[in-house]
Design a protein around this ligand. Structure first.
Ligand code: PMP
Length: 353
């Protein structure tokens, strides 16, 4: 760091994203991307004509995408805000609803960025441990005088709460915003979008990075009561009014419209997940009941880090988190059936060796 860095930033530990190696081709099961290419409709939508228009700014209101999203999710356009990935919308929400005097409550363990953003914005973190079996007790979140964020399904565990459990938390916190991060909901979770008209304190965050094959385009949607969305727009228009670029606006619209492709690829991942879970269990792994496009698995031996390294040597990238509670666990993204066969072959070689 330079000698000019603000001392308030010195204390912030930035997030370490999963590796995006540029050196060689890996079987890449480490950052929960889709193994499938974007819908052919997306490829067609990002046309040369749109590339030509890149000299012009994108629509700050994202009107065309909002109309499509509203029709798709059965909401009004003013109940939705696109973000540059769900990361940006989550950041906007924390900026809008938390500050030094208004903490954020979230689980340990969950998505690592929540804590990083708290550090960046001087928001006190209220960290609530998951139970020993990694499940979340909704009652731990009742009657908090704090903004709440819950990843549902959670990462990296993959476990999901039913919509009724989130509804209990919403009811028990009428004066606080409850952010439900649904990054993985399309792989078997229950979305809270149907609750939006009933609960003015509900903000649902979804992403195009996992189930819509657009991680590299950076697009997410925040959905909630129109007043909450106006609050998020207040942050966006104070920071980065053109947050969604032209190509992503077109790609996102096309991805939303191609429901058949979305359903086909989600179903393929769910099927591959269930096969892979059985295969891992047959090899002695403990595997949690995932509702996501990844599996959280443990050998039961304190060897997650070593297994990660040996898999990487064999060209298979998975995710290992250096946190004491989950040190013997690996998070494995669901790829194609061929990817998962290669993973299992590599594991067999390592475990036999
Ligand atoms: N929430 C959760 C729980 C995640 O795991 C991720 C991605 N790793 C995100 C949000 C951010 O996704 P994106 O910014 O790509 O939409």
């Amino acid at each position: 760091m330079s000698r000019f860095l603000s001392p308030t930033l010195e204390a912030v530990t930035p997030y370490t994203p999963g590796e995006q190696p540029q050196d060689q081709q890996y079987i890449k099961l480490n950052t929960n991307e889709s193994p499938y290419r974007p819908s052919p409709a997306v490829v067609a939508a990002v046309s040369e004509a749109e590339v030509e228009k890149l000299r012009l700014y994108s629509d700050p209101a994202c009107a065309e995408l909002l109309r499509t999203a509203a029709a798709h999710f059965n909401l009004q356009p003013d109940q939705i805000m696109p973000g540059n990935g769900s990361d940006e919308n989550l950041f906007f929400a924390l900026r809008a609803f938390c500050d030094e005097a208004h903490p954020l409550a979230y689980a340990d363990i969950t998505y690592g960025c929540y804590g990083v953003w708290c550090g960046l914005m001087h928001i006190p973190s209220h960290i609530i441990p998951l139970k020993d079996d990694f499940t979340l007790d909704p009652a731990d979140y009742y009657g908090l005088n704090e903004t709440i964020v819950i990843a549902n399904p959670n990462a990296p565990t993959g476990l999901a709460l039913p919509r009724s459990a989130i509804e209990g938390i919403l009811k028990a916190n009428p004066d606080n915003v409850v952010i439900v991060d649904e990054a993985y909901v399309d792989f078997g979770g229950e979305s809270c979008i149907p609750l939006i008209d009933q609960y003015e304190n509900l903000l649902v965050i979804q992403t195009f990075s996992k189930s819509r094959q657009l991680a590299g385009a950076r697009l997410g949607l925040a959905m909630g009561n129109a007043k909450l969305i106006a609050d998020l727009n207040r942050v966006k228009f104070s920071l980065n009014p053109y947050n969604i670029n032209r190509l992503t606006l077109k790609a996102g619209k096309a991805a939303l419209e191609d429901t058949a492709y979305f359903e086909k690829t989600c179903a393929a991942i769910v099927e591959t997940r269930s096969w892979t879970k059985q295969q891992l269990e047959a090899r002695g792994f403990t595997v949690l009941d995932s509702r996501t496009n990844f599996l959280f698995a443990s050998t039961g031996k304190k060897g997650g880090g070593e297994l990660y390294r040996k898999l990487k040597e064999k060209g298979v990238l998975v995710r290992h988190f250096d946190a004491p509670r989950i040190t013997d666990w690996l998070r494995i993204t669901i790829g194609t059936p061929e990817d998962m066969e290669a993973l299992l072959r590599a594991l067999d070689e390592i475990l036999e060796g």
